[in-house]
Ligand binder design. Sequence first.
Ligand SMILES: [Zn+2]
Ligand SMILES: [Zn+2]
Ligand SMILES: [Zn+2]
Length: 137
Amino acid sequence: MTKFEKLLDNKQLKKTIPRLKVLETLSSTEFASSQPFLEKTLGKTVDRVTLYRVLKSFENNGIIHKIIDDNGTANYAICKSDCNSVKHNHNHVHFICAICNKIYCLSNAPLIEYDFSDEFEIETIEVITRGKCKNCK
Ligand SMILES: [Zn+2]
Ligand SMILES: [Zn+2]
Ligand SMILES: [Zn+2]
């Protein structure tokens, strides 16, 4: 079994070809993949509706997380293994390159934990940093 098949098994998702293809594509880049990028890369192997469904099920099961870029486009990155359907734990900062617009997960940049529990119950914290990535510096 490949690591992607194992991942789907662990999440009790059926090991379908589109799911495996999407996982492969998402893992093949170090930056987050936008939906248009995935559509282009997957070509005819996964149609648009299937892609949408696969991404939704991955998101709901803690396999990927979404980062919205400046154009409002959703970008997807693979989650660390401790995410699940109940809790996505993205304790990291995101980086958007001003030149190539690619989005990176900065896994080594942990987020500050805030506690406003008497007033607000925080579910997600998103921190976006900007600059030039290593390819554009
Ligand atoms: Zn997650
Ligand atoms: Zn760049
Ligand atoms: Zn991330």
